[in-house]
Write a protein that binds this ligand. Structure first.
Ligand code: SF4
Ligand code: SF4
Ligand code: SF4
Length: 185
């Protein structure tokens, strides 16, 4: 089996929340580090025991103790936005890898509970600290955490949107520069 196949098999077992708790820049980079022998398999808290045992089985290794420095293993978290404090600044939107927050500028933002992975990446971006992390079963109407495949699809769609947005920006910039140059000439 070559490296690409090995990375894919490992990545297929990771929960795809892209939370970076493993210390890598997402699930794929962590899968690459495991495949290259640079990282232990015990660094994925969202995957919990299930992912840990599946990785050990795939790689034919003993099951190591979870590395709790990476976070609480297997916890089902989500976040909630306090509607009384949200100022609608929209700073929480770009960091969400699965686009689970909705809201327009200067309007209340809301988390889609069924799509939120509890990755926590939005929390630090809120200037008024109104994004609250909680256990899923603490919610008034608890929902189950989204499945790996849903996380992956949403993350890939998010990445495509980021690329398209950047391309549009570059295009606009190039057109403005061209217009400015023609005015000078
Ligand atoms: S879900 Fe696991 S592998 Fe993926 S980024 Fe988070 S900790 Fe790393
Ligand atoms: S809303 Fe926040 S915690 Fe939930 S998936 Fe998006 S960035 Fe992660
Ligand atoms: S960053 Fe905080 S205040 Fe700004 S829109 Fe998001 S939740 Fe509301």
């Amino acid at each position: 089996m070559d490296r690409t196949q090995r990375v894919q098999l490992i990545d297929d077992l990771l929960p795809q929340t892209q939370c970076r708790r493993c210390g890598y820049d997402g699930c794929r980079p962590y899968a690459e580090a495991i495949a290259d022998g640079d990282a232990n398999i015990n660094r994925c808290p969202p995957g919990g025991d299930t992912t840990l045992h599946a990785l050990a089985k795939l790689l034919d290794r003993p099951v190591p103790t979870p590395d709790t420095d990476c976070g609480e293993f297997g916890a089902q978290k989500t976040v909630w936005i306090d509607p009384h404090s949200c100022i609608g600044c929209a700073r929480c939107l770009p960091p969400c890898p699965v686009d689970a927050i909705i809201g327009a500028s200067r309007q209340l933002h809301v988390v889609l509970d069924a799509e939120c992975t509890g990755c926590e990446l939005c929390i630090a971006h809120c200037p008024v600290d109104c994004i609250v992390l909680m256990d899923r079963n603490e919610r008034p109407s608890p929902t189950v955490a989204p499945a790996r495949e849903e996380n992956l699809q949403r993350f890939q769609a998010h990445e495509r949107r980021v690329v398209q947005r950047n391309e549009r920006r570059q295009q606009l910039l190039a057109e403005r520069k061209k217009r400015a140059a023609s005015l000078i000439a």
